[in-house]
Write a protein that binds this ligand. Structure first.
Ligand code: ZN
Length: 123
C-alpha cells in the first residue's frame, strides 16, 4: 500500500500546472473535448513570406505538433492519475492490477503500469 498518497497528489498537481502552462504557450485546448489540444498556428502571414520563411514555418508547425502531442499525453496521464486518487485506485497497474512500486511512482507519479508492463504504458 502507498504510505502517503498526498505526496503523489501534490506532485501530480504541480506537474499538471507546469504541463498546462507549457501547453497553453504552443497549443489551444479544445473546448468541446478538454483532453484534446491543438497546436497554435504561427502568426506570420505565409503569403507575404519568402520561400525560406515558409519552410521554417512548416518546420515550426511540425515541431509544435510533436511537442503538443507529447505534452497532451502527459497532461491526460496526470488527469487520469488524479482521478484515480479520488477514486481510491491510484498506484495499480492497468495491465495486471498489480501494485506499482513507490520507486516507480516517485520517478513518474502518472505511471499507469507496473515496471513489468512499462513498455505497454500509454504513450
Ligand atoms: Zn503490470
Amino acid at each position: 500500500m502507498i504510505k502517503d498518497i498526498n505526496v503523489y497528489k501534490k506532485k501530480l498537481e504541480e506537474e499538471l500546472l507546469v504541463v498546462e502552462k507549457e501547453l497553453s504557450k504552443i497549443g489551444v485546448q479544445d473546448q468541446k473535448n478538454p483532453s484534446n489540444w491543438v497546436p497554435k498556428m504561427p502568426e506570420e502571414n505565409i503569403s507575404s513570406a519568402d520561400e525560406n520563411e515558409v519552410a521554417d514555418t512548416v518546420d515550426d508547425v511540425q515541431i509544435n505538433n510533436a511537442v503538443v502531442n507529447d505534452l497532451e499525453v502527459r497532461y491526460n496521464n496526470i488527469k487520469v492519475a488524479l482521478n484515480k486518487i479520488e477514486e481510491g485506485i491510484y498506484g495499480v497497474c492497468e495491465i495486471n492490477g498489480e501494485e506499482i512500486s513507490e520507486e516507480r511512482l516517485n520517478a513518474n507519479p502518472s505511471a499507469r503500469t507496473c515496471r513489468e508492463h512499462m513498455d505497454q504504458d500509454l504513450k
